[in-house]
Design a protein around this ligand. Structure first.
Ligand code: M6R
Length: 588
């Protein structure tokens, strides 16, 4: 949830770290801080608020080694004191994760004279390091970590040492080599600065200096870890000619469909995957948020293709009430980041019970890929906006391909065709603006549809509420008269999706029911006759390019993403960094 960075090289560390933090800000943006070390002295600046708040203080941070942090608060409110780095004695520490036993450690250390100034769980790490330090940084890290419970990625600066230490357990930490040596929570922070990267293993302790990186295991035995070349992600940096990442990324939806299809053709052993799915006694999908909403679509797609029960589970529920699986079952973990704590745990539980684990993820080096039996890549490229857009589209593409392993060429050409329609929608925007304006003027916005449109409605609602803060819900159109209709009046907007000819008449009934209660209606449809019928009778209608029902979610989801984006902008929100949210939810 937080982002950590480290730098050791020949340049001033403060500016290097600031640049890294700017790129990681999507992981958390409540507060930020940097520590540098220069000739035995540690300099620190930390502030509540965004990374920019640090800018005036950079000059005062001298030295060519340092660590930095951007925070999403879990323990203690977001303010200057709780911002990282946390210090004790010769140490300055940044932490991503949660120290579960911090209260007992704090009490123990307080009893031996340590004074705590923040309300964070992380401060205890700095005190533990000070407690165990006997002139050897790596050993102090080893001893301190042996006392911790929970999950962490830590970067540690010590006034005695020209460099810093990094270690991790269950939270990601990447090392980079380029013009200097780097550490970061994810690869994105290294783009443009490192030419190669290495994903640290759980328990590794890396010592990073201006001269190089040495990696040890948790017993301080030196280990070799492979560094890989850092390439394509570099092009993703920046919003390009769009004002926000969210718009840029929606405009990459079509590219994501194409890239996911292309990569899928090169996945080894597709016949074995097909057999595994055909022979399975059940397929269970786990995910959170948008990834769960993609899993809902997968239930329809895979359910239609394989002769076994297919179900989707919210991972935070599934980890405590796991779906029953056997050695003949397949569990599919869906996660853009591949780091979501609940999804990882739910997937682990299914695997421990014998299920074959498939990871559908956008991040090839993420934690989920290390526990999965098979990885099916979503090729969205780096997704920076907190709201998932192109990764959802990529997940849908991946499920289509999984559902058509018998005849993959046909489905691929369908997907490539629909990508053209997606491109047209994403590059336009007039209809999105009209519907977004209606959203902003409404007390609540409901999204409804039938069949494939239900999943799109649920995801469209999540998108709108998270970036615009407008109250919203998404549900099956048939449910309208079973409750939600009580809320409908002239202050409420219903966005009705009608993209399946076979269900269109039924969805039209819902529109009539809303209109007769003076509710506002916007129609989003791929069906020209529906558009013609309602045009002029409803507050807005958007005719999308034609598509068969089973592919229409690519078009309608793109349209709803654009509506959410426009509504956020109209409402004066920052669509890339919605309040209280972070991109990668690595805590429970
Ligand atoms: O990285 P993941 O796909 O596992 O993340 C899951 C959710 O946290 C994520 O989809 C979240 O709901 C997004 N903010 C939705 O836009």
């Amino acid at each position: 949830m937080c982002g950590i960075v480290g730098y050791a090289g020949r340049e001033r560390a403060a500016e290097e770290l600031f640049e890294g933090l700017k790129k990681l800000e999507y992981r958390g943006y409540d507060s930020a801080g940097i520590s540098t070390c220069d000739r035995g002295e540690i300099f620190t600046a930390k502030r509540g608020g965004r990374v920019e708040e640090l800018l005036p203080y950079l000059k005062a941070l001298s030295g060519t080694v340092g660590i930095g942090h951007t925070r999403w608060a879990t323990h203690g409110e977001a303010n200057d004191v709780n911002a990282h780095p946390h210090a004790c004695g010769k140490f300055s520490v940044v932490h991503n994760g949660i120290i579960e036993n911090y209260a007992e450690l704090r009490a123990e250390l307080a009893a031996s004279g340590h004074q705590f100034i923040s309300q964070t769980d992380s401060e205890v790490v700095a005190h533990l390091l000070d407690f165990y330090y006997d002139g050897d940084l790596a050993d102090a890290v080893r001893l301190a970590c042996a006392r911790l419970k929970g999950c962490w990625a830590l970067a540690v600066l010590c006034a005695d040492f020209d460099g810093f230490a990094v270690t991790r357990r269950s939270s990601s930490a990447i090392l980079g080599e380029g013009d200097g040596y780097f550490a970061a929570s994810d690869i994105y922070a290294l783009c443009g600065r490192a030419h190669s990267y290495c994903v640290m293993e759980d328990g590794d302790i890396a010592i990073v200096t201006p001269r190089g990186i040495t990696i040890y295991d948790c017993n301080l035995i030196p280990v070799k870890r492979a560094f890989e070349q850092l390439n394509e992600e570099g092009e993703e940096v920046g919003t390009g000619d769009c004002p926000h990442y969210m718009l840029k990324e929606i405009r990459q939806n079509a590219r994501t469909i194409r890239a996911t299809c292309n990569k899928f053709s090169y996945i080894p052993n597709l016949p074995a995957l097909k057999k595994r799915l055909e022979d399975s006694d059940k397929i269970v999908l786990v995910g959170c948020g948008t990834a769960y909403n993609a899993a809902l679509a997968a239930v329809r797609l895979l359910g239609g293709a394989y002769d076994c029960p297919v179900s989707a589970h919210i991972a935070s529920e599934a980890r405590y009430d796991p779906p029953r699986v056997t050695e003949k079952s397949v569990c599919i973990a869906v996660s853009q980041s591949g780091e979501t704590a609940d999804t990882l745990r739910a997937a682990e539980i299914a695997r421990e019970a014998g299920a074959y684990l498939i990871a559908v993820t956008n991040v090839g080096y993420s934690a989920i890929t290390r526990i999965a039996d098979k990885v099916l890549p979503v090729c969205a490229g780096a997704e920076v906006c907190v709201a998932a857009t192109k990764s959802y589209i990529g997940q849908l593409a991946c499920f289509h391909l999984m559902a058509s392993l018998n005849n993959i060429g046909v489905r691929m050409s369908e997907l490539l065709k629909v990508a053209g329609g997606v491109e047209d929608i994403a590059s336009g925007g007039a209809y999105a603006r009209v519907i977004a304006k209606l959203c902003v003027q409404s007390r609540a916005v409901f999204f409804l549809g039938r069949g494939v449109d239900v999943d799109v409605a649920v995801e469209g609602s999540l998108k709108l509420k998270e970036v615009s803060y407008i109250f919203s819900d998404g549900y099956p159109a048939g449910e309208l008269k079973h409750g939600t209709l009580a809320l409908v009046d002239e202050t409420v907007l219903s966005v009705v999706l009608i993209c399946d000819e076979a269900l269109a008449e039924k969805s039209k009934n819902a529109v009539e029911q809303i209109l007769s209660r003076r509710g506002k209606v916007a129609i989003v449809t791929t069906l020209p006759h529906v558009y013609e019928e309602f045009k002029g009778r409803v507050n807005a209608s958007w005719l999308l390019p034609p598509a068969p029902a089973h592919l229409s979610h690519f078009l309608s989801s793109t349209a709803l993403q654009l509506i959410a984006y426009r509504a956020a902008v109209l409402a004066g929100r920052d669509p890339d960094k919605p309040r209280n949210l972070a991109k990668s939810v690595t805590v429970e």
